[in-house]
Write a protein that binds this ligand. Sequence first.
Ligand code: TPP
Length: 368
Amino acid sequence: MSDNWVQVMEEGAASYDLPAGLTEADLKQMYEGMIMIRAYDERALKLQRSGRIGFCVTSFGEEATQVGTAHALRPDDWVFPAYRQYGVPLYRGASMTKMAAHLFGNADDSAKGRQMPAHYTFDEHRFVSASSVIGSQIIHAVGCAMAIKYRKSDEVAVTYFGDGASSANDFHSSLNFAGVYKPPVLFFLVNNQYAISLPVEKQTGISELYKKAEGYGVHGIRVDGNDVIAVYKATREAAQRARDGKGATLLELFTYRVGAHSSSDDPTRYREKDETAEWKEKDPIERMKRYLQQLNIWTEEYEAEVWEQCRTKLSVAITKAEQIGDPPWESAFENVYAEMPSALEAQKQELLDRESGLELNNEGEFPL
Ligand SMILES: Cc1ncc(C[n+]2csc(CCOP(=O)(O)OP(=O)(O)O)c2C)c(N)n1
């Protein structure tokens, strides 16, 4: 394996010195964080399959890429995610009620029901609205990092995107810019080996994606993305480099998308069961569990309690979110102008007037 490969935990259960600064409490926190994401995904998928929400995205098997990075960052670092990193605000302590509000797109949703479901945004956690336009968030992160640099602050901006996005124009422009100006930005290339149904080898000519960094003068490393401690260690070092003014790092977090692309996808139509089964064996949560067992800080009771707490938290938040109801129509007019232009004010008034005496019809007239 090349010098650029970062792994801490062996897939079995070997013993290693913990990276500097990590305590047993940190290990447990990361373990519990991964279980929270797993429980969240299981519940979201059930809600979608039972018709209570319209759509969701899951990240089965990719929990370590979110928790390992989040644990290494500071709360004031800026996050520009794709749609599969909701585990990061969860880990930063986002309210579960707000998370659930977004699943339902209800009046309490921070995006007010205007974003796609599963595209969370949290101002208070510096978690910028998730981008569905593949790769567009990479440029935003570089812009944010330039602002940090101009202000001579020591925050970092980080962005997450997939293997598919590493073939998008925005990826190349961003890396080029970062190579020249050296802003404090981390590029988390989450290589889960698929862009929906397209396997990585069919969409890019290079198999080790971190090598794309070198062409732009950016430092690149490959990390075992199912090893939460390795992800933490690599992120911490890259963030320190960025804070020290040494510029960007591209971290290829090598993992596998065990679940479907989204609730609208059926991966059995384009990949072999054996392949998925093989990666299930490399489950990041199981791997961490073996590590905790080896350190004698894991018990059956602890495990059961963590799951119970996560599921209860979810149940409470979902019950509440389901009762809240849709955002009011007039909220669609908010948050664009500080002072609403008169033409828009008139449209808003017209909509409200019509709503009051309106019988809904199905003949194509707004509102349907
Ligand atoms: C610019 C753009 N092109 C195409 C799409 C359709 N699309 C949605 S998800 C996706 C695959 C992205 O794959 P990857 O970047 O590897 O991320 P992953 O979903 O595997 O996490 C595509 C092509 C889109 N949303 N935006």
